[in-house]
Design a protein around this ligand. Structure first.
Ligand code: ASP
Ligand code: MG
Length: 419
């Protein structure tokens, strides 16, 4: 008899209604029938976390620690509802199932409200449950702190709960069931020719997730990578196999690019007139780091007048804060002759692939494909496994289609490998 231990995580749509919960329970049952030891991690019913937070926000103007504590207690109830309902649905199908909250499995965290990080999980209650052929249903998103307060792991945090529980149980696999059936070579809503990726490395998935692909919470991939846990993304709406995220050093198909991602809400900020000194870079970017505003695509340039200009890209949501932070810092440091220029409505398009490590010329292929289509590139960046370009948001769909055609829809020249 197989004793494979699997953690199955279901997102909000899979537990969005009583009917969906019943279907999800059937899905869990059919896996259980294959002699697996199963722990299920659930999100709140679709839309529920937003509803709860909206209600809380209408009574919370202070943002104090005391208020954040209550906001987390409130948000964490969403997962408790779906865990209990799924356990009931499983019991109705005739199997043993028990729900667990963060307190009952002791998901110990660093205690930061709304963005807690998991420190440890006591696997014993779950192992006892599995030993009794019982299915454990655990609330995602929740944790506890040293004083027994409930905390949450940040939006989308149930993915991270599932991965952490899988690691604590030394599980063979963690399956993330979601409303898309896997990770695609590009967003299929924008690129109809996009296809599902069967297998992808942790590094590639991390790059795709951090450059705009929204399938998984980044922290869950980081955690899976650290512990080499096999992670699969699949849909609860069909039996189709999903995408396996695993340990791969090499792309066996020899394709240089594994996937394309995009992020539509980007802005570019230029700081003009800095003294042409090495420390100008830290002077200019220091305040942003202090204010926890992360930037990408940093370029600097010293003009013939000896002045330096510096440009970076930033998420449009953070733009206002970034500009305020820079302006107040410049005022305080009497750098009044500095000028800020802002460009909005930009998109970041990225090509990601571990194959780039051994193939030269990918950046050139990206740039020339875009240029042939007269898509302007405002900034570009190339790392060991990624090439990104900042382009007008209005050209994003066209850029993805062009790059998809270039890297996925034509036979790759066998001589492209230089090493
Ligand atoms: N229910 C939480 C959220 O909506 C956690 C999750 O779904 O992963 O963010
Ligand atoms: Mg999610």
């Amino acid at each position: 008899m197989s004793t494979e231990t699997v953690v199955m995580k279901f997102g909000g749509t899979s537990v969005g209604s009583i009917e969906r919960i019943q279907l999800t329970a059937q899905r869990v049952m059919s896996e259980f029938a294959r002699h697996k030891r199963l722990v299920v991690v659930v999100s709140a019913m679709a839309g529920q976390t937003d509803r709860l937070l909206d209600m809380g926000s209408s009574l919370n103007r202070s943002g104090s620690q005391a208020a954040l504590r209550e906001m987390d207690s409130l948000a964490a109830t969403g997962e408790q509802v779906s865990a209990a309902l799924l356990a009931l649905a499983l019991q109705q199908l005739g199997c043993k199932a028990r729900s667990f909250t963060a307190h009952q499995v002791t998901i110990d965290t660093d205690g930061r409200f709304q963005r807690a990080r998991i420190r440890s999980i006591d696997s014993k209650p779950l192992l006892d449950c599995l030993d009794q052929s019982c299915i454990g249903v655990v609330t995602g998103f929740q944790g506890t702190d040293d004083s027994g307060n409930l905390v949450t792991l940040g939006r989308g945090g149930s993915d991270t709960s599932a991965v952490a529980i899988a690691i604590a149980l030394n599980a063979d696999l963690c399956e993330i069931y979601t409303d898309v059936d896997g990770v695609y070579t590009a967003d299929p809503r924008l690129v109809p020719a996009a296809r599902k990726i069967e297998k992808i490395s942790y590094d590639e998935m991390l790059e795709l997730a951090s450059t705009g692909a929204k399938v998984l919470m980044i922290r869950s991939v980081e955690l899976a990578m650290k512990r080499r846990l096999n992670l699969s993304v699949r849909t609860s709406f069909s039996d189709a196999p999903g995408t396996l995220i695993t340990d791969m050093n090499q792309n066996l198909e020899e394709s240089v690019v594994t996937g394309l991602s995009h992020d539509l809400r980007q802005a570019k900020v230029s700081i003009i007139g800095l003294p042409g000194l090495p420390e100008s870079l830290t002077t200019a970017l220091g305040p942003l780091a202090e204010d926890d505003i992360s930037v990408d695509f940093i370029t600097q340039n010293i003009g013939s007048d000896g002045r330096m200009s510096l440009a970076f890209s930033v998420d449009e949501k953070l733009l206002e804060r970034a500009v305020e932070s820079l302006e107040s810092h410049f005022r305080a440091a009497s750098l009044a002759d500095l000028r800020l220029e802002v460009a909005r409505d930009l998109a970041k398009v990225s090509a990601v692939g571990i194959g780039m490590r051994t193939h030269a010329g990918v950046a050139h292929r990206v740039f020339s494909s875009l240029t042939r289509q007269h898509i302007p590139i405002f900034m570009a960046l190339s790392t060991e496994i990624r090439v990104s370009c900042l382009i007008p948001a209005a050209d994003c769909k066209r850029a993805l289609e062009v790059l998809h055609g270039e890297f996925f829809e034509q036979p790759q020249p066998a001589s492209a490998a230089l090493h």
